[in-house]
Structure formats: structure tokens, C-alpha cells
Design a binder for this molecule. Structure first.
Ligand SMILES: *Cc1c(COP(=O)(O)O)cnc(C)c1O
Length: 372
């Protein structure tokens, strides 16, 4: 008997990847950072590979090494690397590294020397996000240094890449400007004498809507989990995550009863209250107080009062809800239950954050579909 669980439908991830992969001539890097956006990094990676993913993308070196320890041998790119990491472990494990500065390049040259083989690099240009990546003015210098290191046999430049500003509005003019800047960056790559096999730029939104940004490799994350980056558009995707819990306790209270910390909710009439054993320690945003939608007893309800660390309350009115009944916070939406999109809207965030919050908590994660 379970009291709360996050169910992940691996078949959905597999099918989403297969559908995305068939929509492009480019290879596909399934992004499984952030514990697979809360779905479990290793199971999500296996499901994505079953669906035809060619690459895996992560942020940290640890994430990449965890995938290797799980026996995964496909190309992996890790791109969020603070100074001083044991990058040679990544080189030895065949992990490709994202490089955005001369300082990073120098560390990677050294890592290759320690490992006894060249580090495989993807040089990143900042085309407008002003986050990772070398600025356009730093780009020629980085390219020259990388070309020299490659000529010395210290590194192998495998890729050139960048990242979009708009994950949610793929038609935005900034996206066109970024694609143009990327093309300019690529012509400098040629001038520097580098011929990287992979040029890549597209996140989920661009994978779905901007074939002119696919280049050699697309990097969808959110979409492989069945969620859409574009509001109001589901595409052909199937959400993989369901979060639910059993009613722990019900009780009859009179009209005018204040509910949960701070009494931010008061019953309007005599009501059956249901206590649900999930809280912000489990991923339920506290901002869902008096706004988060939950399906219980076939009815969509709204969280009553504050979300606590471990629990929240639903006012079920006259409905005969009983302990053990299943309350669904969100799922694929096929049986009337709320979706991660509904939660994002209720809470004022994005669906990315909703599912990612439910990763690696005390709530057991269960898997449906192949490869549990
Ligand atoms: C997270 C991330 C992605 C995937 O983005 P989605 O919008 O989830 O598809 C791709 N590339 C980089 C560099 C990322 O950090």
C-alpha cells in the first residue's frame, strides 16, 4: 500500500522521443539533467534511448558519470562545469564537455593530458542569452586557442553550439537573430580551420517548431517528458508523470472553520475535509496554497488553505470522500485530472518547474512501461 507516489510512464518518454526523432533529419540529444526533469535520470535515459535518442545531455559532470556507471555508452555532453572539477574523469569516461572560455579550454587540455587522450569539446557561443557561452567578441580568440589545442592533439572539437532565449515563444524575433548570429559564429569556426561534426542549437520549442534551427543535432528536454514548451499547444506529446496521494484522514467540520496554518481558508458551510499527505518537502509548491488543482472522488478541487511541509487539505463539501481515496495532483489529463500545465498556471510558474520539483524527494517514484 502506498500513501503518495510519483508514477512515470516510460512508454510515454519512449514514444515522445521516437516521434521527435522521426520529425527531423538531425540526431537527437535527450536532455536528462535535473534528475530527468524529476522523472529519474537513469530510467528516463534508458527510455529515451529505446525511443531512438542518439545522445544524452546533462549539466554536471556527476550526472554524466552517473549515466556511465549505469552502463550507458552513447555520447553524452555535460555543459555546466565550474573550475577545479576532476574533468579527466569525464574524459576517461568518454564524456563530451561544453567549453565557453579560454580558462575552461585550458582545464580541458590539462584533463586530456592527465587522462592520456584528447578531451572531446563542444565550443559554446553566446548568441544572445547572456548566460553560458563565449560572447561574439570572445569567440574568435576561443576558436584560435581551440584550433591550436586540437592541432597539438590535446583536444578534439566535436561540436559548436548555443542556446535559445525563448523556450516558450519560438516565433519571437530574438530567435531569428540568434539563428543568424549562430551562422556567423559558424563561419568563424570554418575560418579558424575547425570542422566540428555537430552544430546544435535547438531546445524543445525549436525542435518542435523551427526546423531551420535543427542543424546536426537537436536537444529537446521538456518535450521528451511529454510536456509542451508552448502554452496552448500540446503537439503530439504524452505527459509521462503523474503525482498522487491517498487521503490520510477525513473529518467533518462546521461552517466557519479556519483551515491549515494562518487560517487563510475558512469553510463556508459544514464540510468534509480531506487531509492529503504531500507537502512542499515533496515538491508541492507552497504557492499552490488556495490555488493548486487536485482531482479527488472524480471532482476537480482546489487546495484549501496553506500547503504545509508534509500535507495539505481539501474541502470536499458534502462529498463522501474517505481515507484511502486517491487524490491526483496532476497526470496526463486523460481522465479529467489536472496537468502539470494546470499547476504551472495556478502557481505562476512553468511546467518544467512543476515536474522537476517532484524529483528525488521522499515520495517513491514508480515506473510504468518497459525497463522499470
Ligand atoms: C535544459 C537545456 C535544454 C533542453 O531545453 P528544453 O526547453 O527543456 O527542451 C537544451 N539545451 C540546454 C543547453 C539546456 O540547458
Amino acid at each position: 500500500m502506498w500513501q503518495a507516489e510519483v508514477r512515470v510512464d516510460l512508454d510515454a518518454i519512449r514514444e515522445n522521443v521516437s516521434w521527435l526523432r522521426s520529425g527531423s533529419a538531425a540526431e537527437l540529444m535527450a536532455v536528462v539533467k535535473g534528475d530527468g526533469y524529476g522523472h529519474g535520470m537513469v530510467p528516463a535515459a534508458h527510455a529515451a534511448l529505446d525511443g531512438g535518442a542518439d545522445w544524452l545531455g546533462v549539466c554536471t559532470l556527476d550526472e554524466a558519470l552517473t549515466l556511465r556507471r549505469a552502463g550507458i555508452s552513447v555520447p553524452i555532453l555535460a555543459w555546466l562545469l565550474a573550475p577545479g572539477l576532476p574533468l579527466h574523469e569525464g574524459v576517461l569516461a568518454g564524456v563530451d564537455l561544453g567549453a565557453a572560455s579560454i580558462a575552461q579550454l585550458d582545464e580541458m587540455v590539462e584533463a586530456g593530458r592527465v587522462a592520456g587522450r584528447p578531451a572531446r569539446l563542444h565550443l559554446k557561443i553566446d548568441t544572445g542569452l547572456s548566460r553560458g557561452g563565449a560572447t561574439v567578441s570572445q569567440w574568435p580568440e576561443l576558436l584560435d586557442a581551440a584550433a591550436k589545442a586540437q592541432a597539438d592533439g590535446a583536444v578534439e572539437v566535436v561540436g559548436v553550439w548555443s542556446h535559445f532565449v525563448y523556450a516558450d515563444a519560438p516565433g519571437h524575433p530574438t530567435t531569428d537573430r540568434q539563428i543568424a548570429t549562430f551562422h556567423e559564429g559558424l563561419s568563424m569556426v570554418e575560418k579558424a580551420g575547425l570542422r566540428p561534426r555537430y552544430r546544435h542549437l535547438a531546445n524543445s520549442a525549436a525542435t518542435l517548431t523551427r526546423p531551420d534551427a535543427h542543424f546536426d543535432l537537436v536537444r529537446p528536454g521538456l518535450a521528451i517528458y511529454g510536456l509542451s514548451p508552448v502554452a496552448g499547444e500540446r503537439f503530439g506529446l504524452r505527459p509521462a508523470m503523474t503525482a498522487r496521494a491517498r487521503v490520510m484522514l477525513t473529518k467533518q467540520v462546521p461552517a466557519g472553520a479556519g483551515v491549515s496554518y494562518g487560517h487563510t481558508y475558512t469553510t463556508e458551510r459544514a464540510s468534509n475535509l480531506a487531509v492529503i499527505p504531500l507537502g512542499y518537502a515533496d515538491g508541492v509548491p507552497r504557492d499552490a496554497s488556495n490555488s493548486g488543482p487536485v482531482q479527488l472522488g472524480g471532482v476537480r478541487r482546489t487546495i484549501s488553505g496553506r500547503v504545509c511541509m508534509d500535507q495539505f487539505v481539501l474541502d470536499c463539501g458534502d462529498d463522501p470522500v474517505a481515507p484511502g481515496d486517491v487524490a491526483t495532483l496532476f497526470g496526463a489529463g486523460r481522465n479529467g485530472e489536472p496537468t502539470a500545465d494546470d499547476w504551472a498556471e495556478a502557481v505562476g510558474t512553468i511546467n518544467y518547474e512543476i515536474v522537476t520539483r517532484f524529483g528525488s524527494t521522499r515520495v517513491p517514484r514508480c515506473y510504468d512501461g518497459e525497463r522499470p
